[in-house]
Design a protein around this ligand. Structure first.
Ligand code: NOJ
Length: 660
């Protein structure tokens, strides 16, 4: 009897200490799971046999339970998953999801059941916590213990977690020197030459993840609920059954593979919108830059931007130049105090009926604008009314805005990346879909791939965008900034950065300007992905450089396939993308302040075909400070075995359109 209970104890102990593991389909990556002696869940990860993440803590803390220890293992199950799905729009037409899953079913000493579901992909891994029991029980989450314990002190690119609207300059430093709490995502340049991208996927009803370094590990800090504008210990209210967003890490040996990873989209649920035919990628111009450059105003007055006359002119310009849509900001009442906006009442110098008929007759779309001034609560009250009004005027896309450091939701003053804000944004997307309206969300919560489920969530800001080059006190973003974004912020999803400045003088703030050449502005249209892509400058400035503008007329914003040709984070990048549904290719390059020559192999083209390349590149004397307009436009016959050698100036770039 004694011997039997000893064996039972031993096997229970073995089960408790057993290491479970799940390999990626190509076996290069292994995710390990274990329970420590006190029942604390942990994971570690190897790639090519080397430890990339050491044993890292897992678990949550609720108001009345410590869910970081005291677990016993009930069972583990493994499965494989392989699927290729078609995107409604995107950087490529099809995406393959090939991964293995390990589900670890645990029971807490309190009796609560918790699963941890791990996914191992060839280019990274993910996991989430799930409470499977349909008990209607509620949990108040006060902390999440998830750690990412990288095995070395790598260099990391990040912005601090309280960066207003995520509009900051990304900085690089060894992980150990990152003293602030940081926003998710973080991009890591590994000491072994590989890369890591730490973020989350499918954030729909939970606070956004932030990260901070403690005792050698990146740890999770969930955005708290606020009371009277001040942080509380509460992070999330959840009702069972419930699953958290995915915690994900892209792990690749090179930068090209990191950029090509589609783990985040694969971790989101498939499309929930049945008829997506009304969701169309579009280039647009807008009554917008004028306000940022102070030659126009949002509110009605002598230099009001959104007048019927101006809009009619913009719509006709768009029609003549292959631009599918025009945004108008300041068309509606409320800009006097930025607080009490109406989304159905235009100012009296804006004739909505006439303009919607004109747009329709020209075959150009109007993009609506709903700035809320951060008053999300009032906006929710009128969502249906507002979207019905826009739909009735043929409007299929709205740019939303939440200018306020703390927004007001139905739950009072809250951070927009807290659970309440996250719920609001989802409600907006779901309601908009009912009225066939796509959203371009400014002042958002950081994207996490929700556009797979709701492809009407087309673009988002959450970036220090072009507008900073109009009015920023610090002179404008340094050249390096744009060469960091494709590897950091834009890895999280499409960005409404608004490229395309063609006038580099700034009469209102002479010390501030766009740190770029014309060729750089063109290159951004390929390097920065957005299915709603704004050419931000005024029509009159485009008419001064018609040959340069031809590239913007030609470049699409929906792709068959995309690849990073070459690049280094913070130095330069070159992307090549094939237009969706055609044989045309577009290549864009953007550079930091260090001029350089780049080589572009054309092996992406079909062999045995001759192509014509239209090339826009910096002239020999181009330089963002001394000659930003220096641009050469030339044509060359090319084939797939050719290599282009081009110079990018300081703050320069290149743009190439290739046709058979
Ligand atoms: C900030 C947005 O980023 C900008 O694009 C917009 O013009 C203003 N808010 C006004 O809504």
């Amino acid at each position: 009897m004694k011997r039997l209970s000893f064996l039972l104890m031993l096997s229970l102990l073995m089960l408790a200490c057993t290491k479970q593991q799940v390999p990626s389909p190509d076996k290069s990556l292994q995710v390990f799971f274990r329970l420590t002696e006190d029942g604390a869940p942990q994971y570690s990860v190897t790639q090519d046999g080397m430890t990339v993440l050491d044993w890292s803590q897992l678990g949550l803390v609720s108001a009345d339970q410590d869910l970081t220890r005291g677990f016993k293992l009930l069972r583990t199950t493994t499965s494989s998953f392989q699927e290729t799905w078609e995107t409604v729009w995107g950087e490529e037409r099809t995406i393959t999801d090939n991964h293995r899953e390990l589900k670890v079913s645990l029971q807490h000493l309190s009796g609560l059941r918790m699963d941890i579901i791990f996914c191992a992909f060839n280019d990274g891994f993910a996991f989430r916590y799930a409470f499977p029991e349909a008990s209607d029980q509620s949990l108040v989450i006060t902390d999440e213990a998830t750690e990412y314990r990288f095995a070395a002190n790598h260099e990391a690119w990040s912005i601090p977690w309280r960066t207003e609207y995520y509009e900051g300059l990304w900085t690089k430093a060894p992980l150990s020197e990152k003293v602030d709490t940081l926003c998710s995502p973080i991009t890591i340049e590994r000491a072994d030459g590989g890369y890591a991208f730490v973020h989350e996927a499918a954030l729909t009803d939970y606070p956004a993840q932030n990260l901070y370094m403690q005792d050698g590990a990146l740890r999770t800090y969930l955005t708290p609920w606020l009371e009277d504008g001040k942080p509380t210990p509460i992070k999330a209210y959840v009702t069972l059954p419930f699953a958290t967003p995915w915690r994900m890490v892209i792990l690749t040996r090179d930068l090209k593979a990191m950029v090509a990873s589609r783990i985040m989209l694969n971790l989101n649920e498939p499309c929930r919108i049945e008829d997506t035919s009304w969701i169309r990628p579009m280039k647009f111009i807008g009554i917008w830059w004028g306000m940022h450059m102070k030659s126009m105003t949002w509110e009605q007055g002598p230099i009001h931007g959104a007048t019927t006359e101006n809009m009619a002119r913009y719509l006709r310009f768009a029609k003549d130049h292959n631009i599918q849509a025009v945004l108008a900001e300041g068309w509606n009442k409320g800009w006097e105090d930025w607080q009490h906006f109406s989304f159905t009442e235009p100012y009296d110098d804006w004739d909505m009926d006439y303009l919607s008929r004109l747009a329709d007759s020209l075959g150009v779309q109007i993009i609506g604008h709903n700035e809320t001034g951060g008053n999300a609560a009032d906006y929710e009250d009128v969502l249906d009314e507002a979207y019905a009004y826009h739909q009735a005027h043929g409007i299929h896309a709205i740019k939303t805005g939440y200018v306020a450091p703390i927004i007001r939701t139905k739950d009072g003053l809250q951070w927009n990346k807290g659970q309440s804000g996250v719920r609001h944004y989802r409600k907006v997307i779901e309601t908009a879909a009912k009225y066939h309206i796509a959203i371009d969300n400014h002042e958002p919560v950081m994207p996490t791939g929700l556009q797979r489920t709701y492809p009407n969530l087309m673009s988002q800001e959450g970036v220090r965008g072009q507008e900073w080059n109009a009015w920023s006190q610090d002179g404008g973003s340094p050249c390096e900034h744009v060469t960091v974004l494709p590897f950091t912020r834009i890895m999280a999803g499409p960005v409404d950065y608004t490229p395309g400045v063609f006038a580099f003088e700034n009469p209102v703030m002479p010390g501030t300007c766009v740190h770029s050449t014309l060729a750089n502005q063109l290159g951004l249209f390929v390097c920065f992905y957005s299915p709603l892509q704004m050419a931000c400058d005024l029509p009159e400035n485009y008419l001064k450089h018609p040959e340069a503008f031809r590239f913007i007329e030609e470049v699409p914003c929906d792709w068959e396939r995309s690849e990073l040709v070459d690049g280094r984070i913070g130095d330069f990048c070159i992307f090549a993308r094939q237009e969706r549904g055609t044989a045309r290719w577009f290549i864009g390059g953007i550079n930091d302040e260090q001029e350089r020559e780049v080589t572009i192999p054309l092996s992406m083209l079909k062999p045995d075909k001759t192509y014509r390349a239209h090339i826009w590149h910096d002239s020999d004397d181009a330089d963002w400070q001394t000659n930003p307009y220096g641009l050469v436009i030339e044509q060359r016959e090319i084939t797939s075995i050719d290599t282009l050698r081009l110079r990018m100036a300081s703050g320069g770039g290149l743009a190439i359109a290739i046709e058979e």
